[in-house]
Design a binder for this molecule. Structure first.
Ligand code: P6P
Length: 351
């Protein structure tokens, strides 16, 4: 529910929630507080990017061969610097970095790992369209608390996340996060330097009238997906069709609208990209946890996202998420569509 004019800061909210977690020690709360500092710094830079010539690209490419923008690098480095000395983590991973981001040898290792997309929506950075930071937190699985973590600590199924959230740098900076007890939203007040609770225990509407997908990919859609989207565009006032199409091209912003207004967001696998475009570990999993915690549904086109067993750090996954009624209806159309990589008939299965 809206908390207009409340003075519940995120620090107090984190502390108040601590008792809800049997294992939560001050470390978990301090981890979140350090992350909030990084997000404040990124928010400040995003808002003045045009003034300090931080728009544009660095001329380099990231691990995925994508052009790196100065704000991407700044955001990535800001989070790493804010998080690596706190003593709460045994490792990190980022969309902008190849493998495990280590914790310095002389720094205490903690019980958690942090995975993040430092600036989602890079293609929108230079045109002042909403972008965001997405994060996902797990407890380490490797036993030795004093040692650096490893890939097994980073590559875990989404249902093991202990926290997930995102910051949106839009008309205002908002932070939406969950630690497994519902979804809460905070709005940043730059005059106070505080994130103040603005919407607690957010619940996604049971059904919504928006669908969000890149229609430019329609030639590649599998049959079921094509039929579903055509169904949404038919004229039928009794079922409030046609739906309205909204697509910003920043996943975290499109999913935020879906969370707040209801409806469905889809970045499906198709004939060109069987696993879609979004990254499982630091985009799809955290967004799926938030949608589920708000009463929604998140699938890869057939299976629950949070049950997917990841194999590599940067693997992609299709995502179909939103209001329960919308996702259920979509599934009735797409459940026969292929999901993920297909082994074609003429491909011999590995010996
Ligand atoms: P397309 C941004 O670059 C991003 O990774 C997501 O935030 C967004 O949903 C998607 O790519 C947009 O991709 O293929 O629709 O332009």
């Amino acid at each position: 529910m809206p908390h207009r004019g409340s003075f519940i800061t995120i620090e107090r909210h984190i502390a108040d929630q601590e008792h809800l977690h049997l294992y939560a020690t001050g470390a978990f709360s301090r981890l979140l507080r350090d992350l909030m500092l990084a997000i404040r710094v990124i928010s400040r830079e995003v808002r003045r990017a045009g003034l300090v010539d931080i728009f544009g690209t660095t001329g380099e490419e990231n691990v995925h061969g994508e052009r790196v923008r100065k704000l991407d690098v700044f955001s990535n480095e800001t989070i790493i610097r804010a998080m690596r000395y706190g003593g709460h983590l045994c490792g990190m991973a980022s969309e902008e970095s190849e493998g495990l981001i280590p914790i310095p040898e002389n720094v205490a290792k903690g019980s958690y790992v942090l995975l993040f997309d430092p600036l989602d929506g890079s293609s929108n950075i230079d045109i002042n369209v909403t972008i965001g930071t997405i994060f996902s937190i797990y407890r380490r699985v490797s036993p030795d608390i004093d040692r650096l973590g490893d890939m097994n600590d980073l590559i875990q199924p989404g249902y093991r996340q202990v926290a997930a959230g995102y910051a949106l740098y839009g008309s205002s900076t908002v932070l939406v996060y969950t630690t497994g007890n519902g979804v809460d939203m905070f709005t940043y007040d730059p005059t106070l330097g505080e994130f103040l609770l603005s919407n607690s225990t957010i619940r996604i509407p049971e059904r919504g009238g928006y669908y969000s997908i890149n229609e430019g990919n329609s030639s590649y859609w599998h049959e079921g997906m094509a039929n579903y989207i055509s169904h949404l565009k038919e004229i039928d006032p009794e079922t409030n069709r046609p739906y309205s199409q909204r697509y910003i091209g920043t996943a975290v912003a499109d999913v935020h609208r879906t969370l707040m207004y209801g409806g469905i967001f889809l970045y499906p696998g198709d004939k060109k990209s069987p696993n879609g475009k979004l990254r499982l570990m630091y985009e799809v999993n955290p967004l799926a946890m938030l949608i589920e915690q708000a009463g929604g549904v998140a699938i890869d086109g057939r299976n629950r996202v949070l049950d997917l067993v990841p194999e590599t750090l940067h693997e992609r996954s299709p995502l179909v998420c939103g209001s329960p009624a919308n996702v259920e209806e979509a599934l009735s159309f797409i459940e026969e569509d292929p999901v993920g990589e297909e082994v074609s008939e003429n491909q011999s299965s590995p010996s």
